[in-house]
Design a protein around this ligand. Sequence first.
Ligand SMILES: NC(=O)c1ccc[n+]([C@@H]2O[C@H](COP(=O)([O-])OP(=O)(O)OC[C@H]3O[C@@H](n4cnc5c(N)ncnc54)[C@H](OP(=O)(O)O)[C@@H]3O)[C@@H](O)[C@H]2O)c1
Length: 299
Amino acid sequence: MTANTPQITLNNGVTIPALGLGVFQSPPEETAGAVETALHAGYRHVDTAAAYFNEREVGEGLRRSGLDRDEVFLETKVWINDYGYEATRPAFDKSAGKLGVETIDLLILHQPMPSRFDLTVQAYKGLESLLADGKVRAIGVSNFMPEHLMRLVAETDVVPAVNQIEVHPYFQQTAVQDANTKHGIVSQAWSPIGGITFYPGWGGDDRRSTLDDPTIREIAERHGRTPAQVMLRWHLDQGRQAIPKSTNPARIAENLDVLGFELAAEELAAIDALHTGVRGGPDPESITLAEHGAEIPEA
Ligand SMILES: NC(=O)c1ccc[n+]([C@@H]2O[C@H](COP(=O)([O-])OP(=O)(O)OC[C@H]3O[C@@H](n4cnc5c(N)ncnc54)[C@H](OP(=O)(O)O)[C@@H]3O)[C@@H](O)[C@H]2O)c1
């Protein structure tokens, strides 16, 4: 099957498929299979991270798929332990080595780490040098709030191509999305179908899953689609790139099959109205080496 996902053009002219496969919490032993399944189903983008500890298996899945390296857009993230100009360049070598590739399509900083923003800026300058050397095709950030973007843009030369942030119907971060747009940065939605509102072992018992939301379910039933498909279509219609995670072949295929129906303006607005203001992930302001540090092994 060939890829037919729409493409989004980044601010440096590089294109990225509008939907990709996420692999956060994909167990290493299931990751290669999930990536291979996704690539056979038509995905051409995979989002991993050094701190997911499954880059090696993502590379294995790519090789098993039989696709050429340049047919697949690979994105990964530098973890905070490797921040700093001198540390971030070797972080590329670790990720590229584990993925088994020469170049990475999109390399981003995983967190802003406001307690050491000086190191964060140096890390970004490391990304800029990797871009200049042709080791990466685009660079970006994740979980950056508008004030972090403003400081970064003031202190560096290359505007990030993407800002990967938590966006699902219950937490939409419109101020961050607006700041991204103002700077020419693509908003990339993590937990796009609200994974963080329902995945096991996170949050309290009072959590509500976006998959069970009555408004989303009603829209899905009207179109003969699933809640996940409705949420993914909402992201695409609003110009966001999205990276749903699944290790289940049927759900991997379902999440890519979102083009054969259209959401009406009032349906999009009804989903917009579901915002609760409750963040699922950690507050980016709170990320510190002391609390969140994790050593990233060599390749
Ligand atoms: N930058 C960051 O800080 C950050 C943080 C979190 C995530 N991310 C990235 O974003 C990706 C996606 O986010 P996420 O994993 O948090 O959440 P998500 O993609 O919104 O949801 C994933 C969850 O939904 C289930 N699922 C997948 N498709 C489904 C479907 N069609 N119907 C019902 N359930 C379905 C998955 O289980 P099964 O696998 O069993 O299908 C999994 O439990 C991650 O994998 C990662 O790449 C980035």
